[in-house]
Structure formats: structure tokens, C-alpha cells
Design a protein around this ligand. Structure first.
Ligand code: PHE
Ligand code: ZN
Length: 884
């Protein structure tokens, strides 16, 4: 039987050695308790006898007492659901070892020993997808953060660096390709149909970067010559049949390698770089040294199956994982509290890379949109944490938008304050000073401080304080001088009642209303709770453009006349600021309308103002279409909810939809002309054609909102005439929200057309689960029983249920059916894949910010989960914090 079609629940998990029930309150790990390891492991040799249902592992550790450790004779080797089959010390079998919960403890007298442990694994029963597991007939590993301890006993912490030698043997027919980190040093065949390979990675690394892959794979091969003239072999490995969709990944890898040399002076350091795509993966991808393992969705792309956004995501994630080779692998984290050291910095690096590959302003707008949708709610909710957390129960819960995206924003602020050149001096110093070590966020800040010549003493608060700072702005004329008064407040977050003011760098310009220009941008840094900034030669009654380029990850609070926002939306020379003005115009209007602050006349007036600005965007011939597509997006409902202390999701949705329909009607002729114009542009990968495709679906969205019949007609035509997945998916998205025969026709066609293509079938699920169709909840229920739905595959689970949890109509159903659906999912998924289950908790955790009736239903759902007896540590932590 094909692994992928096995029943979701593993009948029995032979890895379960200790059957003790999970404790109700998992222990809290604290950053302040860090101690250096007592024992080091300079070398490790691993020997795998591979099988999908049974794999044995013999690991030989050369252990050495750490001179900086506490001198204990006890060697603690972490395990997770492992039982030692045999233990040897210096070649002798021993049995005076003992277990301490999941860990193996061995008493060692001297300074250095060779310790060998054998373990037995059941990869096909590993549904958590951590450690060694089977996916789609192959074997692969995932070790970050604490998966290595599910393979063998080891001091599984990132400050223990070892040189790895790996030997693996297995059935040649099942595992024709055998891969691990570093270089292949030997391989051979045995008479019994098995073969073997040996791999050696010369670079010492922590256990979380170990990887092994075995299975039937085909490579798209290329080479890259580094700046010092070394030739590197590159392979993107996929399952047979997928090789035709790998060229974009190969191109992205080559572009990443070149870019990191040019931009950060970083050269690749092995002769081989392998990427493997696997279909069952908890996250996006993993930066294992020399052997990146990727979710297929960030590797496979061709025009027929991947949207332009998918292409960008592949490029961004390939870059991200490649850049980790320096920011993460050569310099790794001392402990998991330092996660943002590698993730924040690497996200910034991938953002800068993607900006250089495409449109810088459009990329900046996208990044800010993600921050606002994903990170701002985190920062204002029960799970808020600083980018360098102080404590955790389960580290997997801290791979968050805060650690990743806010972490990137914090480093971007340093770059803004230093300027590009001095920032580069800082990163050069960081790479030089800490190469080969496990470092801390403090080390990073100090290196930037020393290298770039900045004083970051107060700036360090960005690492320790959670919460999005609120900056209120007032502009006053005092005689000939213009005074800008700024006030900051950092909100209270769990465990942090008191906050100190932080340095907030704001790029500012003052526009002359008459000329539509400004006399130059200035960078001001607000360091106090309140401060005044004086401008001597400002134009009279200027229009303020502030936080240009989103120079600081803060919320600007300033009620502005519509006219000022319309002015900036039309005239600001900073494209981000133009977008921001348009967003503020809509946010101000919708927040006032939802709050009941607008009578019919005022609502009509607000819509007219928005309609005028929006109409200009739709028709402006000077705008490129990629940018037009950004400017046409209405602020997300979750971002609108952020603006209110307590929100009514139903009211927000109704008001936002109302505006969409009004714009669709008021601008019908312009929108249809736009849709016609871009529909005539033939398929191409160049920016102009991509822009055309972006506004095509945008225009369709508004047309359908204003006139569903016309939307259905144009939607089906766009679907049928589509030359690419971008157009096809866009049309299907619009049709999926309409109650019309064209909807059923297109959905059925799509399913039949892409049968067997898992990534596209994911789209089919998520488009329906994300639709605004009045019967969407019934659709989701039907889809959960569809033969193509599988609880064991994270991509499929997310396609259906993450789309549902993000869908305001489905999730916030007034009767609570949506909350119940997500609650049921969490309880069902937790025993199978706790990491993925825990990712659904935050949506329910927002209850305090929702109107009382829904809040009670959300809370009740969390309580129902909390009442489960054997919750994972992952879900337990998130649910407890969300209720607490
Ligand atoms: N380190 C990976 C990245 O961001 C993410 C990841 C974490 C993947 C944990 C798998 C498990 O590049
Ligand atoms: Zn990363």
C-alpha cells in the first residue's frame, strides 16, 4: 500500500517507549537558566539500516568534558519516545545507564569517552513528521528544533557542535538515492539487493541541522562557480514525474548564491548543494547543511500549476534556506531563545533578495501586509512574546511571525539607522567574529554596534519588549516653525505590565500642497515617551508623510482629513506611503462606519472620497500594474479588527463587503475596461505581464462584488481562457464565492483537470474553504469527508482548515459552528501531528478582542480542548495561555 494512502491515525506507534501520561502543566524553560553543556561531542558517526517500517540506528559519540561546564560526571543524552537497544562505553557493553523521563543518563568518570547507542525506529508510524519519517514512499528527516532526539540519544541543543559522518544502507529498489549532509565519500553495492553510502560533513554543526533522505528521486542538476572560482554541484531532487517543474527552483538557487556573494560577501562552502522536495512537511523548508529539505510547495512550479505568487514564494524560500548557510549554519544559535538571531536576520536577507529580483516597493508592501495580518494580532493577543522570548514550554510554538517577521523588521531598523554601507560593515564583523560558533542576539547587536558605529544600548529593548508601539502624531505651526509632536506607548503584554520607551526611527517628509513636492526626507528617531521635532523651513500647512517605507514596525495614530490622504495617495513619491495613504483612507472610513459613527450621509461621503482615489488608481496610465494591484487591495478584516479594542467580525465583514460592492458599481465601467485591457496581454514571466494578471483578478473581484451576474460571466470566461494558473485560480476564487452554475462548472473542471497533482488539489480545497459563499460551512464539512482529504498531510489540512480559520464568514459564524469546527480539528489532529494542531489555536485565542457573544463561544471551545486528557505539550501551552 502506498504510504500516502494509509489511514491517518497510526495503529500503533512502536516508538512509544514510556507510556506515562503527559503531565498537565509542562515544565517552563527559561532563558535566564542557560548553562553551558557539561559534555561536548566533537564527533559523531551514525550508521543507519534503512527500512520504511523499521530502521535501526547506531550512533557513536566521541564525548569530551566541557572545560566551561559544571563538571558533572553525568552525561545526559536527550531522547523522545526512544528506548536504547544497546549502550556501549569505550567499546564495552554497559548496563548501568538509567532513564530520566525520556532522557538517557550515563555516568562517566574521565575526561573523554566513546559512547555508542543503538535505537530502533518505525518511520512509517511517525505521523508527527519530526525525526525520521516516511513520506510518499521515501524516508526523510526533520530535526529542528528537537527532532534529532527522536532518532538517537544525543545532547540535542544547538550549542553542541559536532562533525558528522553518516553511513546508511538499504534496499536499492526502494531507496535508489541515499543523501545526507556534506559530501558523499564512498558508496557501494551488496549482494543481497541492498546498497550503501557514506557521507561526511566537514563543518561542525548542531544536531538540528542533521539530515538524511533516501528514496526514488530525480535531480535537476546545475553548477555554480563561486566568487573564488570553486565549482559547486547543485541538485534539486523530486519524485519522478515532477522533474519538469523544477527549473524555477534551480534558477532561484543560482540567483541566491550570486546575490549573497554580491550583497553580503558570503560564499558557499561545500562542493555540493542538495535540495529535496517532500510532500509531507510541517513547515515551509529546512536549511540542513548542504541538504535542504523542502515542502514541495516551495519547489515545484510551472505556469500551468503555479501562480505568480507561488513563483515568488519558491524564489523567496529557496533564498531563505540558502542564506541560512551563513546566518544559521556557519553561525548558529546558542539556545532556542536566540531563534530570531538566525530567523529574523535570514527573513530580512530573503526580503532584500526578493526586492532585488523583482519590484522593491511592491515587495515592501507585501511584507508589511503580512506583518500586519500575522504579527500585529500576535503582539496584541494572549500569545504575545518578544522577538527573543524569555520562556517557553514547547519551542515549536515559537516559530512565529514575531520571531521571524518582527525580528526582520528590528534588524531592518538598524540598517535604516546605519545606512546600507555601515550596516554591511556590521554584518561583516558579525560573520567574522562569530563564524563557527553558537551565538546570541546580544552578540549580533554588539557586532552591528561595533561594525556600523551605532549606539544600540536603548535599541536592545526591541529584543526584550513585546507589543506593537503606538505612536500618536500632532503637527502644529508655532510662528515660523512647524512642530511635530510624537508620543509613544508600548502596550502591556502578558508578563510585561511596564514598558519603557524604545527608539523608533521614522522617515518623514513634509509636502507642499501647491506643488505636490517636498524639500527632502529626514530620518527622525523618537527615543522618549514624548518628544518635539522642529522644522524651520517647512511649507505652509504641509501634508505630513510619516513612517515612509514603513521605517518602524509601529502603529501610527493620527486622524487625518480625507483630503490629506487622497493627496498622499496621488502624490507621495514613496510608493509605500502612497499605498499607506490609501489604506488609511479606507481604514478610517470602515472603522468609523463599524463603530456606528457614520450616518447615511457621512457614509456616502466617505465612500465618495474613497471612490475618487480608487478611480484614479484604476485609471492612472502612469502606474505600473503590479503597483496598481497593491493599491487596489482593501485592508484585511483582521487588520481592521486590530484597530478596535473589541470588534464585531460580522459588522466588519458587512461594512467591508458593502464598500467593495459600492466600488464595483460606482466604477463598473472603468473596472470592466481595465479587465478587458489586461485580459488581452499574453502570458509571460516579465513584470508587465505579471502586473496584468494581478490586476485582472483584482478587477474581477470588484466587478463580481458590484454585479454578481457580470462577475460570473467574466469569471467563467477568464477561467476558460486562462493561459496560466494565476488567471485560472483568480477566476475560480471569484466564482467560488458566487452562488451560480458557473461556480460548479469551474470547480468540477478544475478537480478533473488536476487529478493527482497534490499541490493543485490543495488549491481546490482552500479556494472553497476560503470562499464567501453563503453555504461555505456546509461546503467545508463536505470537503472534510472528500476522498482526497487526508488528516496526515499538513498541506492538505492547512488547505482546508487554515483557509477556514482565516475566513471571516466561516470562522465567525454567529452560531459558533466555525469555532466548533476548528476546535474539533485541533482535538482530532493533536494525537497525529501536535505541531500542526497547535498552529490553529491562536485563531480561537483572539476571543478577548471579539464581541461578547462570539467571545463566549470561542472561549468555550478552548475550554473543551483544555479538558482533553492527553493533550500534547504544543497544544497544551497554546490553549492554557489563550485562556489564562
Ligand atoms: N528553520 C526553518 C526555516 O525557517 C523552519 C523550520 C523550523 C522548519 C522547524 C522545520 C521545522 O527556514
Ligand atoms: Zn529560517
Amino acid at each position: 500500500m502506498d504510504i500516502a494512502s494509509r489511514p491517518a491515525e497510526p495503529e500503533q506507534n512502536l516508538q512509544t517507549a514510556d507510556a506515562a501520561p503527559a503531565p498537565q502543566a509542562p515544565p517552563v524553560i527559561r532563558r535566564e537558566d542557560y548553562l553551558p553543556p557539561a559534555w561536548l561531542v566533537p564527533e559523531i558517526a551514525l550508521d543507519f539500516a534503512l527500512g520504511l517500517d523499521a530502521t535501526t540506528v547506531v550512533s557513536k559519540l566521541s564525548v569530551r568534558r566541557n572545560p566551561d561546564g559544571n563538571g558533572t560526571p553525568t552525561l545526559r543524552l536527550n531522547g523522545d519516545q526512544l528506548a536504547p537497544v544497546a549502550v556501549h562505553v569505550d567499546g564495552e557493553a554497559v548496563n548501568d545507564w538509567r532513564m530520566d523521563g525520556p532522557d538517557l543518563l550515563i555516568e562517566l568518570a574521565g575526561e573523554a569517552h566513546e559512547v555508542s547507542v543503538e535505537t530502533a525506529l518505525v518511520p512509517s508510524g511517525n505521523s508527527q513528521l519530526m525525526g525520521l519519517y516516511a513520506s510518499n514512499g521515501m524516508l526523510c528527516t526533520q530535526c529542528e528544533a528537537e527532532g534529532f532526539r527522536r532518532i538517537t540519544f544525543f545532547p540535542d541543543r544547538p550549542d553542541v557542535l559536532s562533525t558528522y559522518s553518516v553511513r546508511m544502507a538499504g534496499d536499492r529498489a526502494v531507496f535508489p538515492i541515499l543523501l545526507a549532509n556534506g559530501n558523499c565519500t564512498a558508496q557501494g553495492e551488496s549482494e543481497d539487493g541492498t546498497h550503501w553510502a557514506e557521507w561526511h560533513d566537514p563543518w561542525p554543526k548542531p544536531s538540528y541541522l542533521f539530515a538524511l533522505v533516501a528514496g526514488e528521486l530525480i535531480a535537476n542538476h546545475a553548477t555554480f562557480t563561486t566568487m573564488s572560482g570553486r565549482k559547486v554541484d547543485l541538485n534539486v531532487w523530486v519524485r519522478p514525474g515532477d522533474e519538469g517543474r523544477t527549473q524555477h527552483a534551480v534558477d532561484s538557487l543560482i540567483a541566491s548564491m550570486k546575490w549573497d556573494e554580491e550583497t553580503f560577501g558570503r560564499e558557499y562552502d561545500l562542493d555540493l548543494f542538495n535540495i529535496v522536495a517532500v510532500s509531507d512537511f510541517n513547515m515551509g523548508a529546512m536549511e540542513n547543511k548542504g541538504l535542504n529539505v523542502f515542502n514541495t510547495r516551495y519547489v515545484l512550479a510551472d505556469p500551468d500549476t503555479a501562480t505568480d505568487a507561488d513563483y515568488d514564494a519558491v524564489e523567496g524560500v529557496i533564498g531563505h534556506e540558502y542564506f541560512h548557510n551563513w546566518s544559521g549554519n556557519r553561525i548558529t544559535c546558542r539556545d532556542w531563545f536566540q531563534l530570531s538571531l538566525k530567523e529574523g536576520f535570514t527573513v530580512l536577507r530573503d526580503q532584500l533578495f526578493s526586492a532585488d529580483m523583482g519590484s522593491e516597493p511592491v515587495k515592501r508592501i507585501e511584507d508589511v501586509r503580512i506583518l500586519r495580518i500575522a504579527q500585529f494580532p500576535e503582539d496584541s493577543g494572549p500569545l504575545a512574546h518578544p522577538i527573543r522570548p524569555d520562556s517557553y514550554q514547547e519551542i515549536s510554538n515559537f516559530y512565529t511571525a514575531t520571531v521571524y517577521n518582527k525580528g526582520a523588521e528590528v534588524i531592518r531598523m538598524m540598517r535604516t539607522m546605519a545606512g546600507e554601507e555601515r550596516f554591511r560593515k556590521g554584518t561583516d564583523l558579525y560573520f567574522e567574529r562569530h563564524d563557527g560558533t553558537a551565538a546570541t542576539c546580544e552578540d549580533f547587536v554588539t557586532a552591528i554596534e561595533d561594525g556600523a558605529g551605532l549606539d544600540l544600548s536603548q535599541f536592545r529593548l526591541w529584543y526584550s519588549q513585546a507589543g506593537t508601539p503606538q505612536v500618536s502624531v500632532a503637527l502644529q505651526q508655532e510662528g515660523a516653525r512647524l512642530v511635530l509632536t510624537l508620543r509613544q506607548a508600548v502596550p502591556t503584554t502578558p508578563g510585561q505590565p511596564e514598558k519603557q520607551p524604545m527608539p523608533i526611527p521614522l522617515r518623514v517628509a513634509l509636502f507642499d500642497r501647491a506643488t505636490g513636492t517636498h524639500g527632502g526626507e529626514t530620518l527622525i528617531v523618537l527615543t522618549k515617551a514624548e518628544d518635539r521635532f522642529v522644522f524651520e523651513n517647512a511649507p505652509a500647512d504641509p501634508v505630513l508623510s510619516i513612517n515612509r517605507g514603513f521605517s518602524a514596525p509601529v502603529a501610527i495614530e493620527m486622524l487625518r482629513p480625507d483630503a490629506d490622504l487622497v493627496f498622499l495617495a496621488a502624490h507621495d513619491d514613496d510608493p509605500f506611503a502612497r499605498y499607506e495613504a490609501m489604506q488609511s483612507l479606507v481604514v478610517q472610513h470602515l472603522v468609523a462606519a463599524v463603530g456606528g459613527g457614520l450616518d447615511e450621509g457621512a457614509r456616502a461621503q466617505g465612500r465618495e472620497a474613497i471612490g475618487a482615489a480608487f478611480g484614479a488608481i484604476v485609471t492612472d496610465p502612469a502606474l505600473d500594474d503590479l503597483m496598481r494591484g497593491e493599491l487596489m487591495l482593501l485592508p484585511a478584516e483582521s487588520y481592521l479588527a486590530e484597530q478596535l479594542l473589541v470588534s464585531d467580525p460580522g459588522a466588519i465583514h458587512a461594512e467591508r463587503e458593502g464598500l467593495k460592492a459600492w466600488l464595483g458599481k460606482a466604477l463598473a465601467a472603468d473596472l470592466e475596461a481595465l479587465h478587458d485591457r489586461v485580459s488581452a496581454v499574453p502570458y509571460g514571466r516579465e513584470a508587465a505581464a505579471r502586473g496584468a494578471r494581478k490586476v485582472k483578478t483584482q478587477a474581477l473581484v470588484y466587478i463580481a462584488a458590484g454585479n454578481p451576474a457580470e462577475g460570473a460571466r467574466r469569471g467563467l470566461a477568464q477561467y476558460q481562457g486562462a493561459q496560466s494558473m494565476t488567471d485560472r485560480q483568480g477566476a475560480l476564487m471569484v466564482l467560488a464565492s458566487l452562488d451560480c452554475p458557473e461556480r460548479e462548472e469551474a470547480l468540477a473542471d478544475f478537480l478533473a483537470r488536476y487529478e493527482g497533482n497534490a499541490l493543485v488539489i490543495d488549491k481546490w480545497f482552500s479556494l472553497q474553504a476560503g470562499s464567501l459563499h453563503p453555504r461555505v460551512l456546509a461546503h467545508i464539512k463536505t470537503l472534510s469527508a472528500h476522498p482526497e482529504f487526508r488528516m496526515s498531510n499538513p498541506n492538505r489540512v492547512r488547505a482546508l482548515y487554515m483557509a477556514a480559520a482565516m475566513n471571516p464568514v466561516a470562522f465567525h459564524d454567529p452560531g459558533g459552528e466555525g469555532y466548533r469546527m476548528i476546535g474539533d480539528l485541533i482535538r482530532r489532529l493533536d494525537p497525529i501531528n501536535p505541531q500542526t494542531a497547535a498552529r490553529f489555536v491562536p485563531s480561537l485565542g483572539r476571543w478577548r478582542r471579539v464581541e461578547p457573544q462570539r467571545a463566549a463561544l470561542m472561549r468555550a471551545e478552548l475550554e473543551r480542548i483544555a479538558a482533553e486528557a492527553n493533550l500534547s505539550r504544543d497544544v497544551r501551552e497554546q490553549v492554557t495561555k489563550s485562556l489564562g
